[in-house]
Design a protein around this ligand. Structure first.
Ligand SMILES: O=c1ccn([C@@H]2O[C@H](COP(=O)(O)O)[C@@H](O)[C@H]2O)c(=O)[nH]1
Length: 224
């Protein structure tokens, strides 16, 4: 089995990111760099991590008017990321323009409902539906816009895959059995997400905050 684990390296410190990536390199399939890292280290930082040889997932969650998102996408094309995120809530035109501006080998995936939100949180931002319904709605819009796939929690991935057979499904909010959820509200185990159709598993703190990140990644891989 290809290793589906992308480890979320959530740090503003380049040296820490490099050390962690070197340490877990043999145990994961790729590295996810987010806003925290990109704002602190920019293109240079991404290049440095890239030199270690793992596929790079740039989790920038772009969300703006179509022209601005398309220009941002063009500006990161040089980095040739394997995966980039945008927000589905930006609408169909924004997603279409983002995909058109992306490099040929970059998967553009849309964040549907953040895994840190539950039903109540969603209602508070004006969405009267459940996360399941909202994910299905935004996944259909992302598919119409020609994107490669979506980001959703492990609770919705099975239904999303049924509706979008060749979609690419990124699932964060993963916790090994008994793990601390922290700010995540819609969590499942990595095995559950994999069995339900996740294409890649995004795992941060259960690996990066473990006493031995490489052992933690190996142990999670052993459960899949
Ligand atoms: O809905 C989403 C979208 C992105 N994320 C990102 O995934 C990791 C999860 O980190 P953990 O430490 O495993 O909780 C993090 O980088 C988020 O920005 C998400 O959690 N949920």
């Amino acid at each position: 089995m290809t290793n589906p684990i992308f480890v979320a390296i959530d740090t503003p410190y380049l040296e820490d990111a490099l050390e962690l990536t070197r340490r877990i390199k043999g145990q994961v399939g790729g590295v996810k760099l987010g806003l925290e890292f990109f704002c602190a280290n920019g293109h240079h930082g991404v290049h440095e991590v890239q030199k270690l040889g793992l596929p790079i997932f740039l989790d920038l969650k772009l969300h703006d008017i179509p022209n601005t998102v398309a220009k941002a996408m063009q500006a990161i094309n040089l980095l040739e990321p394997a995966i980039v995120t945008i927000h589905a809530a930006g609408g169909r035109a924004m997603m279409e323009d983002a995909k058109a501006a992306a490099g040929l080998h970059t998967k553009v995936v849309a964040v549907t409902v953040l895994t840190s939100l539950d039903n109540h949180d969603l209602n508070r931002v004006g969405v009267p539906d459940s996360p399941e319904l909202q994910v299905a709605r935004l996944a259909a819009l992302a598919q119409e816009a020609g994107l490669d796939g979506i980001v959703c929690s492990g609770h919705e991935v099975k239904a999303a895959k049924t509706a979008w057979k060749d979609g690419f499904f990124v699932v964060p909010g993963l916790r090994p059995a008994g793990g601390t959820a922290a700010d995540q509200k819609r969590t499942v185990t990595p095995r559950h997400a994999r069995d339900d159709g996740a294409s890649i598993l995004v795992i941060g703190r259960p690996i990066t905050k473990a006493e031995s990140p490489d052992d933690a990644a190996r142990a999670i891989m052993g459960t899949l």
